[in-house]
Ligand binder design. Structure first.
Ligand code: GLC
Length: 429
């Protein structure tokens, strides 16, 4: 399939999933607005319908809480079979909740970086002035309400906040959680996708148990830092945050706004990042379990995100690429794995080819890693992953994720960000 034809299909898919003020990440599986999905969808839309792209972002920001929290889901639309339903979150018990239904947790803060990218391609000064205060407020919330140790590193309190829900990074922490009195619930996710491609039931019980803890605490940030059974400093989340701070700073300068506060966040995070995450013996970044005060020694593609964040040194980047990314025992294609980039190293015993974040290729991760590699001048490798990503999209359609062995599609069909990112991959294809 030619690239122009693929882009025609991508455009048609984004139009098809358009639900008015927002775009569904997947037509059946994800019928509401998701935070980082909608940032990427806006980037895709900006290639052919800039006003609609700006609407996507304004709709997401309409769900922002008064204290700055930008939720992971905004429910603009009618009831659906998606679980948790809006009512399940009980956000009305928090005085900062907005007038619209949302979840009570956040997601990786990719939005500012996406807006800056759009800004480099289009003249949108008025829009930047309009959204800047909301972005600043979200970053400030992450650096204060989610900073458990004054390190500039944000904590996540739920695996869904990592965007990589059932990643093996969370297995040990999740196993240490003993769910009690879990409210009755009926999973909606396995109605549309085979259970073998979705999280295990034990993970799901804990996902729901954690929400129940949060709603009992009325989403008070101080109480959640003190008592959430899941409290983690995530390499992927903090790399994206650092990059977003850098991009926020550029927007601030353009607007003639002060940058001291942003500089403090960035300097603080940089000063603590390696101490908390870098494992010099393994040459890998590992997440940190704050609740259990322990490093999480699991090898997943999250380890490459400091390249996207621009926070790795040249030497660290070299080790990540040469010892891990290009290693056929871990990430590089080999006899068994034909495609870039398995989300979890094949060397992990929990690796599963088709189960969600346990092994499949995710287009978003490919894009984040490609961007990171380019930042460190690994252009040939970035090009190889990009070509492979385009091939997957052309051969298996815009799926949620792909089996890295044969490239067959898994999870939701007609998945919006896979279509949106096709527009980014076309550059240099
Ligand atoms: C899943 C993914 C998450 C994504 C959401 C909607 O929960 O893990 O990253 O935002 O689906 O697509």
């Amino acid at each position: 399939m030619t690239v122009p034809h693929l882009l025609d299909l991508a455009r048609a898919l984004l139009r098809k999933n358009d639900a008015g003020p927002f775009t569904k990440p997947g037509p059946n599986q994800y019928p509401h607005q998701w935070n980082w999905d909608s940032a990427l969808i806006a980037l895709g839309l900006s290639h052919f319908d800039l006003p609609r792209a700006l609407t996507e972002i304004r709709s997401l920001l309409s769900g922002q809480w008064k204290d700055g929290m930008l939720p992971h889901v905004v429910y603009h639309s009618d009831p659906s079979d998606y679980f948790p339903s809006p009512a399940f979150w009980q956000i009305e018990n928090n005085p900062n909740a907005p007038g619209i239904s949302t979840s009570g947790i956040t997601q990786p803060p990719l939005l500012t970086t996406i807006i800056r990218r759009m800004r480099t391609r289009h003249s949108i000064p008025q829009f930047i002035g309009e959204v800047y205060p909301s972005l600043l407020k979200w970053h400030r919330w992450l650096h204060t309400s989610r900073d458990a140790d004054k390190s500039g590193l944000a904590c996540i309190i739920h695996p869904w906040e990592s965007g990589t829900d059932d990643s093996p990074r969370w297995l040990e922490v999740m196993a240490s959680i003993r769910p009690q009195d879990v409210p009755d619930f009926r999973r909606g996710d396995t109605l549309h996708v085979p259970a073998a491609e979705r999280p295990h039931q034990a993970d799901y019980e804990r996902f729901i148990y954690l929400i129940d803890v949060f709603r009992r605490e009325k989403y008070d940030p101080t109480a959640l830092l003190a008592r959430s059974p899941f409290l983690v400093q995530d390499v992927l989340f903090n790399s994206i945050l650092h990059r977003a701070d850098e991009d926020l700073r550029v927007l601030a300068e353009e607007l003639g706004q002060p940058t001291d506060e942003i500089d403090d966040w960035m300097n603080n995070l940089r000063a603590h990042f390696d101490r908390q995450f870098w494992d010099n013996a393994d040459g890998l970044y590992h997440d940190y379990d704050r609740r259990g005060s322990a490093s999480i020694s699991v090898n997943t593609a999250a380890t490459f995100l400091p390249l996207f964040g621009g926070i790795a040194s040249r030497e660290q980047a070299k080790r990540l690429v040469e010892e891990h990314l290009q290693n056929p025992l871990e990430y590089a294609p080999n006899q068994k794995i034909r495609h870039w980039l398995t989300t979890t190293s094949q060397s992990e015993p929990t690796w599963e080819a088709r189960r969600y974040w346990r092994g499949p290729v995710w287009i978003i991760l490919n894009w984040l890693v490609i961007e990171g590699l380019r930042r460190y001048d690994y252009n040939d490798l970035a090009g190889a992953i990009q070509r492979d990503s385009l091939e997957l999209l052309a051969r298996s359609g815009f799926r949620e994720y792909y089996d890295p062995r044969d490239g067959s599609g898994c999870g939701s069909t007609d998945f919006s960000w896979s279509a949106a990112l096709a527009f980014e991959f076309k550059e240099g294809a």
